[in-house]
Write a protein that binds this ligand. Structure first.
Ligand code: AMP
Ligand code: MG
Length: 349
């Protein structure tokens, strides 16, 4: 398949190019586009056949439901049984933005979207290109991250090209995404509002609006026997090709442990990538040292994380030794992605 790549201005999207993308969506084709979180792989969310193509292109397991993207709260009405008052309040505060809400689904939605669940995930992205594309398509756009399933999510168009070129119809290149991590998934259908996947909107952001909000146990605990409520969370995910180990604890202890392990591995002839931070990078004398961002600004780490993981792959490192961060604010989402990327390979020092 021929993949058309077009550059679109993120602040002032070219109407003709957006129209072209929208026509493809309407005719059941696949279009990758930027959002403020990561690049999404979009298809008409009301078209069973179109949405099925997403699973094929990504190699995504069928039991992992898709998020529908809308451009207004009004559009949610036809997709759900009802909009709870709480959801309206949350949407008022956080939409457009990196927050997905789970609702009871309506019968309009094809089963392939929800993976057969009674619920549906919906979000309004905070990105002009995404919003214009949804509006011009006139349908909700189903869009998971535009990567091959299991790989780090794409934060620039080049990542999408690497994974999906020749498998999809169009890639809209709107430059780098902002947050760099996927949206927070918030379930409002249970007894307590529960975060199923931590993301751009944090627990701390949500608490003042919904004080009883909690984190799903699978996010907090490391044990394997806790089955996440969000189907997608049970897979190894966001993973580089290299083996990865994440070190958690006091920063000084982390640095010491990584230095020691790097030394051993290098002596064994391995190529070692070290994912450091601005504050610690000068402490390492060996290995391929890359700072993922500043410990004083978790936003920089979230923004760079997937790109750094992909770059280590390009450099063909055998093993990535990564510093962990505190599980608070955006750190919760960062640690969740590091945990998945490493296949749960975490060492507490
Ligand atoms: P992705 O768009 O690939 O970043 O993944 C979407 C995430 O939302 C996955 O973790 C899904 O399991 C989750 N998700 C989508 N729909 C639902 C739903 N109805 N209930 C729970 N989680 C969902
Ligand atoms: Mg994904």
């Amino acid at each position: 398949m021929e993949t058309r790549i077009v550059k679109v201005n993120r602040d002032n999207p070219e109407v003709e190019l957006i129209k072209e993308g929208a026509e493809l969506i309407k005719s059941g084709k696949l279009v990758a586009f930027p959002t403020e979180t990561v690049y999404g792989l979009g298809a008409n969310g009301l078209d069973e056949e179109a949405a099925s193509k997403i699973f094929v292109a990504k190699g995504r397991p069928q039991d992992n439901p898709l998020i529908l993207h809308v451009s207004s709260l009004e559009e949610v009405k036809q997709l759900v049984k009802s909009i709870p008052k709480q959801a309206e309040i949350i949407a008022e505060k956080f939409w457009p933005g990196p927050l997905t809400m789970i609702f009871e689904r309506s019968s309009l939605i094809p089963d392939v979207i929800t993976a057969g669940l009674d619920t549906v995930a919906i979000r309004m992205p905070d990105h002009k290109i995404a919003l214009e594309l949804i509006r011009a398509s006139g349908v909700p756009i189903a869009a998971p991250s535009a990567n091959t399933s299991g790989r780090p999510s794409p934060t620039i168009a080049q990542h999408v090209i690497e994974d999906l070129y020749g498998k999809i119809d169009m890639i809209i290149d709107g430059g780098a995404t902002g947050v760099g991590l996927e949206s927070t998934v918030l379930d409002l259908t249970g007894e307590l509002p529960t975060i199923l996947r931590p993301g751009g909107v944090t627990l701390e952001d949500l608490k003042p609006i919904i004080p009883d909000v909690t984190l799903d146990l699978s996010i907090v605990k490391d044990e394997d026997n806790i089955i996440p409520k969000s189907p997608g969370q049970k897979y190894r995910h966001y993973a580089p090709k290299a083996h990865m180990i994440v070190y958690c604890g006091q920063v000084d202890d982390i640095v010491e442990a990584i230095k020691n392990r790097a030394k051993e591995l290098i002596e064994e002839g391995k190529t070692v990538g070290i994912m450091a931070t601005d504050e610690t990078k000068s402490s390492y004398q060996e290995g391929m040292v890359v700072s993922v961002g500043s410990r004083k600004d978790m936003g920089t780490i979230a923004h760079n994380l997937f790109n750094v993981l992909r770059n280590f792959d390009e450099k063909k490192v055998d093993i990535i030794l990564s510093e962990g961060v505190e599980m608070e604010d955006l750190g919760t989402a960062i640690m969740n992605r590091m945990k998945k990327a490493s296949g749960g390979n975490i060492i507490y020092v």
